[in-house]
Design a protein around this ligand. Structure first.
Ligand SMILES: [Fe+2]
Length: 188
């Protein structure tokens, strides 16, 4: 885990207080976005190695904070040009804030009722191109995919209600109409 910059330490304290006092996602998610947005304006906390992404995975995750009981995960993700991830859910809430470059977030709508194991039908519900300071709010069952359509590495800040290593979440293949356990991403 990267050493904690004072700006991040202050953000974590604010985040812990918010998450402890509010479990209504309609209120919590905009509040988290509000305290996270200044981190896109004053970016002195961002380290050069946050951008160093591995070609195999196509992106790099740098963990800034995780609670000992695995609630609250804060990390940056650097997306290499042309790379991204397949549609997936998180099974916890999430807030993404653009820091550098742009990332294309595609939202997917699930069409089947989930009654057949391993089967899922999803269709595109919308697309948001997030640049620096733009926030994306994610509820536990929301399905999205991400790709960097730009020419430079894109960087974003991700905040989750629970460590993604400790949730049972899914990845979707829209063409094969399958749902399978989401791959465990490499984090540092
Ligand atoms: Fe995601």
């Amino acid at each position: 885990m990267a050493a904690q910059h004072p700006q991040i330490a202050m953000f974590i304290r604010q985040l812990q207080a918010l998450a402890a006092s509010n479990d209504d996602l309609d209120q919590l998610l905009p509040e988290v976005a509000k305290i996270a947005q200044p981190l896109a304006a004053d970016r002195s906390w961002i380290e050069a190695d946050f951008y160093e992404a591995n070609e195999d995975q196509g992106f790099a995750i740098s963990v800034l904070h995780e609670e000992p009981d695995h609630r609250l995960l804060v990390e940056t993700i650097a997306w290499l040009p042309g790379r991204g991830v397949s549609p997936h859910d998180h099974q916890t809430w999430g807030v993404v804030v653009g820091l550098d470059g742009t990332e294309t977030n595609t939202n997917w709508r699930r069409l089947d009722d989930g009654s057949v194991a391993g089967y899922a039908e999803v269709e595109v519900a919308g697309e948001v191109i997030a640049g620096a300071g733009d926030c994306i709010l994610l509820r536990p069952d929301d399905i999205h995919s991400v790709r960097n359509d730009g020419d430079e590495t894109a960087l974003s800040l991700h905040i989750y209600g629970r460590s993604l290593r400790h949730v049972d979440r899914s990845e979707f293949n829209p063409l094969a109409k399958t749902r399978q356990p989401c791959p465990i991403r490499t984090r540092r």
